[in-house]
Each structure stands twice: as structure tokens, then as C-alpha cells.
Design a protein around this ligand. Sequence first.
Ligand code: GDP
Ligand code: ZN
Length: 308
Amino acid sequence: MCCPKPAPPPPPVAAEMEKGRIIQGRGGLYTVRDEAGQGFVLRAKNKFRRANITPLVGDNVDFTPGRGEEHGWIEEIHPRRSYCLRPPVANITQLVITLAPEPVPDLLLVDKLLVFSFHQRIEPVLAVNKADLDPDMPGEIEQAYRGAGVKTLALSAQTGDGLEGLRRAMAGHITCFAGQSGVGKSTLIAALTGEDLETGEISQRIRRGRQTTRHISLIEKKGLQVLDTPGFSLLDLPEEMPPEDLRQDYPDFAHFAHQCRFAPCLHDREPGCAVDQAAREGKIDTGRLERYRQLLSQAQDNWRERYD
Ligand code: GDP
Ligand code: ZN
């Protein structure tokens, strides 16, 4: 009888992998919260740096928790459903585009944020705050954006009016607020979650100067998941967007576009443009169409310069 073959060495015991979401990243250390709500401080495995991948707040990850004093490791990052560079966040599912009677609304920014949302398949919401200052404004905004694939909410962070409606709209989402400075984003986030953002932001500005980007955290409070980044303002169109794709992000034009004389029609003053006609008849907001043409011209410039 021959000798029995030596048994193969046992496979290395795989450490227990757990699942969680990055809620904060700071100096190469990431705070990850698991489904039970427990927090872990982790580092990212070197393979991510080699692949040029930076873990982002909002990322869903597999991780091995640390033991005692030892930190654990982020082992895998799940595919992202949305991705944003400024601010650097992953997987947001909702953008609350906030505007107010004061400061004077920048509707070009609103339109860009809508394009960004549709492009990334993020649900946009138009939150018209400070309705206490001008009760007519929410209705005017709703009218201008009718058919544009976005719900308008009238709010006042000051009086609390409309906040429950916003809270309901945010349930189940990972939400980011966006919009001009001073429209009341921090006040709204504070009113909804009880987190005071202002203090943190002011003290960090003083310490680190205004140019530095704030650290972003995902607040999980009172059944909501909100990024604490009131500084979000998005000024560029999605990079590398073919100009002819822009009109796809205007559901309010789609209803008329199939009647344009030319196919495809960019709705940029081509003869027989049904979108232009609809705007002249008051069926589409003329401001929306004018701003679309501004964005189209920006997209055309970007497209021409993309290999420079
Ligand atoms: P952010 O820059 O968008 O984060 O705006 P802030 O939250 O810092 O608010 C800017 C200013 O608007 C602050 O002075 C707030 O007190 C004020 N504000 C916020 N919400 C309301 C509101 O609903 N009504 C009124 N009248 N003022 C508000
Ligand atoms: Zn047209």
C-alpha cells in the first residue's frame, strides 16, 4: 500500500466580510456604518490606489472590521449608481434643488442641476424655500417647470411650512441639497435632521481657509439620509456630453419635438421648430427655452474643445 498523499494545506481562513456604507472620509481613514448602525474606522486596501479608485462617501463596501486597536479594511467597493466629483459623493438618488425669492434665483443653475440629475438618473426635486417672503413664487416656479419631470415643493424653513412634505419626498433616498448660497439649504437640513451644519462649516473655514473643501458626511437621522454639504453648487455641464444629447434632459420639450420640421432638430432656431412654436404660444416657458439655448451653446463649445 502506498503512502497516502499529504493533505493539501488548508485554504487561508477568510476573515468575515461585512457590508456597510461609507459615511465619512478623512485623511485616508473612512468611517463605515453597517446595516445595524454600528460604525467602523477603516483604511482602503492598496489595490484601490493602484486602480486609481478613491472611495467616496456614499459608497457601498465589503469590509473586514479591525480587532482591538487595529483598524479594519475596505475590501471591495460595489458598483456606483451615480457619481459626482464636486462634491465627491457616490450613489446619491435624489437632488433637492433649492431656490428662494432671495437671493435672486439663478434659473440657469437650476436648469444645469436638472440636466445633471437626469443624466445621472437621480430624482430631482425643486424646493422653493422662504415662501414666507413671497407666497407666489412656488406657483410661478411650478408653472415654469411644468412638464419638466420635476416636482415643486413650497417651503419655509423659518415657519416649518411644507417641511413634512419634503421629509416624505426624501424617505428612502440618499439626498443631496444643491443650489445657490443663501437659499437656506443648511437651515433646511438642520430643521429636518436636527444637525447643526453652520457651526461646523464656519469653524472649519476659519481654521483652514475658505479655499479648502469641507469634509463631507452622510447624516443618518430621523429616518433620512442626507449629505451635509450645503456648498454644493454645480457649474459645469456633464463632461463629454454630445450637444445633441442635451435636449433629452428636457421632458417639457419632448411633447412637441416630434413635430419639428427637421429630424433631428436641436430647437436652436431651425425653421419649423415645434418647440420654438410652443414657446411662442405659451405652451413652454420661454425662459426655459432661452436658457436651453445658452446651455446648448456651452455644450457645443465644450464638445469642440474636448481634445484640446
Ligand atoms: P445656504 O447657504 O443655502 O446653506 O443658506 P442658509 O441656510 O445659510 O440660509 C441663509 C439665510 O436665509 C439665513 O440667514 C437663514 O436664516 C435664512 N433663511 C433660511 N430659510 C429661511 C426661510 O424659510 N425664510 C426666511 N425668511 N429666511 C430663511
Ligand atoms: Zn425643434
